[in-house]
Design a protein around this ligand. Structure first.
Ligand SMILES: NC(=O)c1ccc[n+]([C@@H]2O[C@H](COP(=O)([O-])OP(=O)(O)OC[C@H]3O[C@@H](n4cnc5c(N)ncnc54)[C@H](OP(=O)(O)O)[C@@H]3O)[C@@H](O)[C@H]2O)c1
Length: 225
């Protein structure tokens, strides 16, 4: 039975990852930061739930120590918005650093802490849940300053890490889930959580060592950097 780890699994896109992975027969280690939320509704002996704040080194280590490898899939999904600041003068430097820490460094902490458990003969896939808003080419409207910067930084961390991981059979997909109806995406978003996660799972099926590091959206479209 394949083993997956999902961060930010208590609500939104993360809880849908848990749902679809369990339905497909995976064993899932799910991290929640504060509240169990939707994780309380699952009744499945293949689900292991532990507290996880990706901003804290100690929390990441404690969580990852409880994961029994070898791991086949890591979904780095946890993320935060930046308050949708509308003007340059609104940018809050302290919160900007938190957004960068959670969205860009958090996934790196997870990769570091799980690296040995992901290094084995079989291919391990790492899904970095990024955003089209991290695309510099696509940044037409500006704003969402720290959020955009955090996802661009996540993309670059991934591009910079991927070569070292090849010899350990680890491949990275930088995924844009679409504009999805969640607490973050809002009710106007055109894509539902099941559509988004189903699409990302299909994209991951075609993930290989050769295409590691591609920036790709849930429906398979390759995105500009
Ligand atoms: N929705 C969209 O349209 C969209 C578009 C592009 C990319 N994304 C990306 O997709 C991912 C999921 O977004 P979503 O729409 O599902 O957002 P969401 O509904 O706001 O859920 C975010 C999840 O991340 C968790 N989280 C936040 N900070 C954390 C931390 N320090 N440690 C651990 N968990 C933390 C939250 O936990 P708490 O409940 O404790 O806050 C929550 O479970 C994010 O990376 C987001 O940037 C979303």
């Amino acid at each position: 039975m394949p083993i997956a780890v999902v961060t930010g699994a208590n609500r939104g896109i993360g809880s849908e990852w848990v749902n679809q992975l369990l339905e497909n027969g995976w064993t899932v280690y799910a991290g929640y930061r504060k509240n169990l939320d939707k994780l309380e509704n699952f009744s499945n002996s293949n689900l292991f739930i532990h507290q996880l704040d990706v901003q804290s080194n100690q929390s990441v280590i404690d969580f990852c120590n409880q994961v029994e490898g070898p791991i086949d899939l890591l979904v780095n999904n946890a993320g935060v918005g930046d308050g949708r600041w509308q003007k340059l003068e609104d940018i809050d430097d302290k919160w900007s650093l938190d957004v960068l820490d959670i969205n860009a460094i958090g996934p790196v902490r997870m990769v570091q802490a799980l690296y040995e458990k992901m290094s084995h003969d079989k291919l391990t896939k790492v899904a970095m849940i990024s955003s089209l808003m991290g695309s510099i080419d696509d940044c037409k409207s500006g704003r969402s300053y720290a959020y955009r910067a955090s996802k661009s930084a996540l993309n670059m961390f991934t591009a910079a890490m991927k070569n070292e991981a090849l010899e350990n059979n680890i491949t990275f997909a930088i995924l844009h889930p679409g504009w999805v109806k969640t607490g973050m995406g809002g009710s106007m978003a055109p894509v539902t959580m099941p559509e988004s996660v189903n699409g990302m799972m299909k994209v991951l099926e075609s993930q290989t060592l050769e295409n590691s590091g591609r920036f790709i959206q849930y429906d398979g479209e390759i995105l500009p950097w």
